[in-house]
Design a protein around this ligand. Structure first.
Ligand code: AKB
Length: 323
């Protein structure tokens, strides 16, 4: 059945790919992309229905949802972990007020569903680091992580209190050729860009800092699968999802196979502490059981694909700030 979907934060790394996938699945005319920036050129090329929206403005959000007769709100707008630590006040206003507005708009307009991503950042130093279960202590130490716990708890509260169909995924680091937006897992994208551009990369994490990750097509698949999952089978509202765990040193060999001159150096910065507060691997068996989650890409398949598509984007590599 056709759904009408509005996506906030749609110009982000995940948002722009998700919008294209939703247009293929539900029809171009049924997808409304929104963001705070002026219309991105990639959206102009694809003739995407795009509107300016600051998620802190509830009236503007409600107006767009009503005008476009939206069924499902996908609330992606968020300040990520590294940017959030540089500007906690901005992260607070966008992540907390923005999500509260998304919840209230969904409730007041009686929308069919609200999807808002959580993250491995919802975990903290007191969470078990290996094979972290779905239901476990979440005491994060970043403003971004705290906002993700807020999303999970408020979403569950609105589900219990108002019957709102809230769903969420704890995204791991998502690897893709698209430019990332200020996260701690961004190294796993810049390493490909720099390998292709300069044949060397200086990583801001230590070589053995392992974090859960997935390739973009699996991120999009998990999102659409959860949105379409049978509600009566869901015992949870927020789910761990992962494909593999990856440390910077794990990508050196696979990249050298394609680019033998590739060199890596390590200069850990403030993001090291953030990474060390997150799990090294997570257990996604609850998602596998309740809605059949299963990733398609392992590290070799992701590396091959990602090198190819990042190289396609090579013309745009110059002048991009590597965070
Ligand atoms: C970040 O690094 O902040 C994000 C995330 C893991 O949620 N990519």
């Amino acid at each position: 059945m056709t759904k009408r979907v509005l996506v906030t934060g749609s110009y982000g790394q995940i948002g722009q790919v998700l919008v294209a996938a939703l247009m293929d699945r539900y029809g171009k005319e049924n997808i409304i992309a929104t963001g705070r920036k002026k219309i991105p050129s990639v959206f102009k090329e694809k003739d995407v229905h795009y509107h300016r929206l600051d998620v802190r403005d509830l009236t503007q959000m409600q107006t767009l949802l009503v005008e476009h007769d939206i069924d499902i709100l996908i609330h992606n707008a968020s300040v990520l972990s590294a940017t959030g630590e540089k500007n906690p006040q901005l992260a607070h206003s966008i992540n907390f007020e923005g999500f509260y507005n998304a919840l209230e708009a969904t409730r007041m307009l009686n929308l069919e569903q609200l999807f808002a991503p959580s993250s491995i950042a919802a975990f903290g130093p007191s969470t078990p680091r290996e094979n972290t279960p779905n239901d476990v202590i979440t005491r994060p130490t970043t403003i971004y992580g705290i906002s993700k716990v807020y999303i999970e708890l408020m979403g569950e509260y609105y589900h219990q209190k108002y019957g709102l169909d809230f769903r969420s995924l704890r995204y791991p680091g998502v690897i893709s050729p698209e430019e990332p937006g200020g996260g701690t897992t961004d190294w796993a994208i810049w390493i490909f860009w720099e390998a292709l551009r300069n044949k060397k990369y200086t990583c801001f994490l230590k070589e053995d800092t392992s974090l859960p990750m997935m390739y973009m097509p699996d991120c999009i698949k998990s999102t659409i699968d959860l949105i379409e999952a049978d509600n009566s089978k869901l015992e949870h509202r927020s789910f761990n999802v992962t494909a593999f765990s990856l440390a910077p040193k794990d990508l050196v060999g696979p990249i050298k196979e394609a680019i033998p001159e590739f060199e890596i150096a390590y200069e850990p910065d403030f993001r090291q502490q953030i990474a060390e507060s997150w799990p090294a691997s997570i257990d996604d068996s609850v998602a596998r059981k309740e809605w059949g989650w299963k990733p398609d890409y392992d590290i070799p398949a992701m590396t091959k694909d990602c090198l190819l598509y990042t190289s396609d984007a090579a013309d745009e590599l110059d002048g991009v700030d590597l965070g």
